[in-house]
Design a protein around this ligand. Structure first.
Ligand code: ZN
Ligand code: ZN
Length: 588
């Protein structure tokens, strides 16, 4: 997982301000087309921030902290008008006159506008997804921010709170027929906004802050009104739930046509949804065969007193379960990860996989309390586009929150083998390394609209690349890698089947538990996520497959001249662009 102020999860891009937008001229005409395009990009992005102040403050533009993007019809109209104008301006640039990096940015901006239009006109999640309406994150981030002063942030928050009643009134106006999973999520999350964000702790912060009494009183009045608005939204959702059953609810499945379209728009892949699905099924068959042969080799070592079962999947699971017993302790969890990072750096150097930047060490830290939510985990936090000097952290959550059995189960999942694959994925040479390279080709477009399939695909590719180079080479390592890779592979299969067929929960459990060796609790979480999201679960496997396909094509084309290190460095040099756009530049 990569925590990064990237694109928004939901297409709620709605204006609050009239579109004055004097930040940059629409386009200038100097003798230098790249300079003109740079000016235009600036204008484009500033327009986005004015249209969507919640997004702007999320990426670090503090002057938008006091605003909230309101989901009203008027704002949707304003957004459509602004995007149409941007599309026209974009069309006046000749791609052939631009540098490789600017040409990619131009395509990414065009793709963004196409996607936004489809979200607004066709997907229309604002009419059926009640979980799209949530002010919790926007309010919590300002309160808990590590910038400015507390009184300053509370002033911004006070203004933001004043908009909350209008926000939820617009939400109720928008909603037509909702889906059951999104309704249930909205109920849980909206109650969470009341208990976890707009709560007594917020009032206590105000009481402690160095603010005039009148401002404190006004803050508390606005907080009361905001709470009342969220409570009314919860009551409204409870009424909807009473009246809704499986027959009257909207289907959470997108259906084949919308799924294929959303796949193209969200992932900007060179493959279609159907091609990725076919490749995922083929990959699953390959992984099963590979796991079966490793298991045959390891059986006597791990299960010495028994004959292997005839069923291949059962045989594989027995050996996986035995290997998972090699794991660190809950007390040493963070230390174990911290100690692995220099080892990964050294291996990447010795195997000559890519050049690393020693001036930018990754900081491993315990996940800050305000970021911990629901259990343990590891993630990379990178600074946003407006915080270039910020450090990059590898957040590791200690296992304090688990009981003995929970910690044991977690440690078996992140055993001595998979923990290393996790570190490769998150840190070196995965997400962290990719970010360091991306920052050398700075582009606010790629930083804000970075392609998820490329970013996740690189981290998944890095896992394979390390093992291919011989990192901790052993049959156990490969078996655990196969299980790990089977997870992203089945994510793509599940996503496709949930949204294009009537796949049942029992069939999903067969796929995830029996055929991908997942724990029941993990599989149930995945089934829930597949119902709530569309296409996102396919992004990992799609990017991985595209990068691998590109590498193999270039190998074939270049023969003995192919250089793996040069391939990695060139691939990463373009920043977080869609893989097909990178591939085009590399083939030139
Ligand atoms: Zn990731
Ligand atoms: Zn154990």
């Amino acid at each position: 997982m990569l925590n990064r102020p990237l694109a928004r999860v939901l297409a709620l891009c709605l204006a609050l301000l009239p579109l004055a937008c004097n930040t940059a001229p629409e386009r200038t005409d100097t003798a230098d087309p790249n300079a003109d395009f740079d000016t235009f990009k600036e204008h484009f992005v500033e327009t986005l921030w004015e249209l969507d102040p919640t997004w702007a403050s999320y990426v670090g533009r503090r002057e938008y902290d006091s605003l909230l993007t309101l989901p009203t019809e008027a704002q949707r109209t304003r957004e459509a008008t602004a995007y149409a104008a941007l599309r026209d301006s974009l069309g006046t640039f000749d791609p052939a006159a631009l540098s490789v990096l600017n040409r990619m940015d131009l395509k990414m901006l065009r793709d963004f506008l196409t996607a936004q239009r489809w979200y607004r006109e066709t997907l229309k999640a604002h009419t059926w997804n009640p979980a799209a309406y949530n002010v919790g994150g926007a309010c919590a981030r300002v309160l808990q921010g590590r910038y400015g002063t507390l009184p300053g942030r509370l002033r911004s928050l006070s203004n933001r709170l004043a908009l909350v009643p209008t926000y939820y009134a617009a939400a109720r106006e928008n909603l037509e027929t909702t889906t059951l999973p999104h309704l249930q999520l909205a109920l849980v999350q909206s109650r969470g906004v009341l208990d976890g964000v707009l709560n007594q702790a917020m009032r206590d912060s105000v009481a402690r802050a160095d603010l005039p009494r009148a401002e404190k009183r006004r803050f508390n009045e606005r907080l009361d009104s905001a709470r009342a608005a969220v409570a009314a939204y919860v009551a409204y959702l409870e009424d909807v739930q009473q009246a809704l059953d499986t027959a009257s609810a909207r289907d959470f499945r997108l259906g084949p046509e919308a799924f294929r379209r959303k796949f193209d728009l969200d992932l900007q892949s060179g493959f279609t949804a159907d091609e990725v699905f076919a490749r995922a099924k083929a990959r699953k068959r390959y992984l099963h065969r590979h796991m079966d042969s490793i298991t045959t080799q390891l059986w006597a070592k791990y299960v010495p007193d028994e004959a292997p079962p005839a069923d291949s999947l059962q045989k594989i699971r027995r050996v996986i379960d035995a290997i998972a017993e090699s794991h660190t302790t809950r007390g040493a969890f963070v230390t174990t990860i911290r100690e692995q990072i220099p080892e990964l750096t050294a291996f990447v150097d010795s195997a000559d996989l890519l050049t690393q930047d020693p001036t930018k060490p990754l900081v491993v830290r315990e996940t800050p309390l305000y970021m911990r939510g629901g259990g343990a985990g590891a993630s990379v936090s990178a600074p946003g586009p407006y915080d270039q000097d910020g450090e990059t952290f590898y957040n590791v959550t200690p296992l304090d929150g688990y009981d003995e059995a929970g910690a044991e189960s977690y440690l078996r999942e992140y055993n001595d083998y998979t923990l290393q694959i996790l570190n490769v994925h998150e840190a070196i040479p995965g997400h962290y390394t990719q970010l360091v390279y991306a920052n050398k080709a700075p582009s606010v477009v790629k930083s804000v609209l970075g392609n998820g399939a490329m970013i996740e695909g690189w981290a998944v590719y890095a896992e394979l690349m390390m093992l291919e180079a011989g990192y901790r080479n052993s049959p156990e390592m490969w078996l655990m890698y196969d299980k790990w890779n089977l997870r992203v592979t089945t994510n793509a299969i599940l996503d496709h089947l949930v949204h294009t067929t009537n796949l049942s929960e029992a069939e999903a459990m067969q796929l995830l538990v029996a055929e991908a060796f997942q724990e029941r609790s993990e599989a149930e979480g995945k089934w829930r996520r597949a119902k709530l999201s569309q296409v996102q679960l396919s992004s990992y496997f799609t990017g991985f497959t595209e990068i691998l396909a590109l590498r193999e094509a270039l190998k074939k084309q270049q023969g003995d001249a192919f250089d793996l290190k040069a391939f990695h460095e060139q691939f990463l040099s373009y920043g977080s662009a869609p893989v097909p756009y990178i591939a085009e530049a590399m083939r030139e």
